[in-house]
Design a protein around this ligand. Structure first.
Ligand code: BV8
Ligand code: ZN
Length: 256
């Protein structure tokens, strides 16, 4: 890791002058909480890649396999806690009305970190890919919180809708599915108006999320990237901090 203190200072200067900021996070911000990223070496499960399981086709084909994967991820997340990067971002959100957080993560760690320091402003915490801890009925569309363990040993033991008996699915956005227009619309509105976009822990591969940073750039804003590796966004970043979220986010955001 080589995060040059001068780069951190340059990032802090950009943020000190910013009236509005959007933060875009990906799986990398949760890595130091113990949650495997998608495209890292731990991203495989039983030799399946996320892109093969996180699809409506996979769920239609084998809802038990998909629910087994999601239940394992939920149990893993419930054993983990927000890290210092989640915590600093949560504190910053409570201190600055002009900051919006758009996360690709479905682990709920940003919400947990924010709840630890204050009242969550739902309009400024945009879980653009949904959350592991809500379900949606595949028949009637009802959504509800859900964190009980799921028994995927038979089709009958999978969770079913209390209202209509339909099979429940995780309320996350799968590949090939549209994002909630109100949520992603709010994120792009924030990105367009942002003076700075801070991108933390994403490989910037998945769309439309990765385009949030380019929209800030295209509308005259600046980009700060935090990632141990370079990404497709690196060439258009004003500041690239080659370090981990826990090493860089507190240094970047402290006392701003
Ligand atoms: C859409 C929820 C259109 C589920 C996720 C062909 C057919 C259909 C669509 C497409 C297609 N080709 C392309 C697309 C678009 C597709 C897409 O982008 N595909 C990719 C693979 C190319 N997008 C979609 O399908 C989207 N929908 O386009 O709909 C449409 C419109 C109208 C009507 C119908 C359809 C939906 C995309 C949402 C998919 N769902 N998650 C679940 O989680 O189970 S995406 C999934 O990937 C997660 O949300 C994850 O967050 C996200 C992105 O990955 P990253 O977060 O970046 O994680 P990754 O592992 O890749 O990278 C980690 C990074 O962290 C690395 O850079 C690493 O260096 C860094 N890191 C590691 N350690 C640390 C660290 N950084 C800091 N600190 C550390 N310690
Ligand atoms: Zn139902």
């Amino acid at each position: 890791m080589n995060t040059d203190p001068l780069d951190i200072e340059r990032g802090r200067d950009l943020l000190a002058d910013a009236r509005s900021v959007i933060i875009l996070t990906g799986a990398g911000i949760s890595a130091e909480s113990g949650i495997p990223t998608f495209r890292g070496e731990e991203g495989l499960w039983r030799n399946f890649r996320a892109e093969e399981l996180a699809t409506p086709e996979a769920f239609a084909r084998d809802p038990r396999l998909v629910w087994e994967w999601y239940d394992l991820r939920r149990q893993k997340v419930l054993e983990c806690a927000p890290n210092a990067a989640h915590d600093r971002i949560a504190e910053w959100l409570t201190r600055n009305e002009g900051v919006v957080l758009a996360t690709q993560n479905v682990d709920g760690l940003h919400e947990r970190a924010w709840l630890d320091v204050g009242q969550v402003d739902g309009g400024r915490l945009l879980e653009i890919h949904g959350t592991l801890f809500r379900v949606r009925c595949t028949a009637c569309g009802r959504e509800s919180p859900h964190r009980e363990p799921v028994d995927s040993s038979s089709p009958d033991t999978l969770p079913h809708c209390e209202a209509c008996g339909g099979l429940l699915r995780p309320a996350v956005v799968w590949f090939g599915e549209a994002l909630d227009p109100a949520i992603i619309g709010g994120a792009f509105e924030a990105a367009e108006g942002a003076d700075v976009c801070v991108v933390v822990g994403t490989s910037a591969v998945v769309q439309p999320a990765a385009s949030l940073a380019t929209v800030t750039r295209e509308t005259g804003g600046r980009i700060i990237e935090i990632n141990p590796e370079s990404t497709p966004l690196t060439p258009i970043c004003d500041v690239s901090l080659r370090g981990t979220a826990v090493a860089c986010v507190p240094a970047l955001l402290s006392d701003i």
